[in-house]
Design a protein around this ligand. Structure first.
Ligand code: ZN
Length: 301
């Protein structure tokens, strides 16, 4: 469902003929159209800022359900596609310093198993943000027919998984696309989003050469749609305004054998970005932007 509302405007009643019957019909028609318009606006409304992801049941109007039924299987353009969503960090990581500080092999070096992530100045943790956006994104992709797997969820262990395991989950799922969701912890004044692409790494267990091309394609589409849907500007501190960065130090990318990108949705330490990141309706837009980018990539691939 588009966040912008109805795809087309309802036809306007003609005003040229003014017989009493025509006027009455016009009034009835106008009343009906107003009702339709109100219904569509309510049906397309985003969730309140309660942190709860929108459920299909809450967001599906009868008209949308009818059109989905009419489309049948054609309404599932991602049928057969697998997407792995990696919610960055874990809300319980801070309780497991020994486990998450353990060094793991990332191909061209060793890094911590995982990190705690950042938070807003008011204490909203990145790990809660990433899991919430992941849930919203999963709902959107599943409605398109995709098979979606998260690298971790609330019911699993309250730490990790380690970055090498996060990559392995995408690989073993034979994901058609994988995305790791984050928000940054840069100085105040630094703001905007960026997408991180895997650079070429051919060392040890890492060989990104087959995935750098498709990952760039995925990342460019995600960046374009994320920017369009959220209105969030490209990062003003990384990527020189392109919203793209390439890195060779992230185990989650180095060890991936499937097209994969990271997204840093904004800077949690900047007040302007933090106001967005802590808003449920903005997180829904963020998920919508990510979903549209992934759908666009998968429909071309
Ligand atoms: Zn992060």
């Amino acid at each position: 469902m588009s966040y912008t509302g109805p795809q087309s405007e309802p036809p306007q009643p003609r005003r040229s003929r003014r017989g009493p019957l025509v006027v009455t019909l016009a009034a009835l028609l106008a009343g009906g159209l107003i009702g339709w318009g109100v219904y569509e606006v309510v049906g397309d409304g985003g969730p309140a800022d309660d942190g709860a992801p929108a459920t299909p049941a809450a967001r599906t109007s009868p008209s949308a359900a009818a059109s989905a039924r009419a489309d049948g299987k054609a309404a599932a353009p991602l049928a057969g596609k697998v997407v792995v969503i990696d919610p960055g960090h874990n809300t319980g990581n801070f309780r497991h310093p020994a486990e998450i500080n353990r060094q793991v092999d990332v191909g061209n070096g060793r890094k911590e198993c995982d990190t705690t992530g950042t938070s807003t100045n008011d204490g909203y943790p990145e790990a809660r943000f990433t899991l919430d956006v992941a849930h919203r994104l999963r709902a959107l992709l599943e409605r398109q027919g995709a098979t979606v797997r998260l690298t971790h969820d609330e019911k699993g262990p309250d730490w990790g998984p380690c970055v090498d395991e996060r990559a392995r989950i995408g690989n073993e799922a034979h994901a058609d696309a994988a995305i790791s969701i984050h928000a940054d912890g840069a100085p105040a004044g630094d703001r905007g989003f960026h997408v991180i692409l895997p650079g070429t790494v051919h060392a040890g267990a890492a060989d990104t050469r087959p995935i750098t091309g498709p990952s760039r394609e995925l990342g460019e589409r995600v960046a374009a749609d994320f920017r369009r849907v959220t209105g969030e500007p490209p990062s003003n501190y990384i990527g020189h305004g392109t919203a793209l960065d390439t890195r060779t130090d992230l185990g989650g990318l180095n060890l991936s054998t499937v097209p994969k990108v990271f997204v840093e949705c904004g800077n949690m330490r900047d007040a302007q970005d933090a106001a967005l990141l802590t808003s449920g309706s903005w997180r829904q837009k963020a998920a919508q932007g990510l979903s549209e980018g992934i759908v666009s990539f998968l429909r071309e691939s």
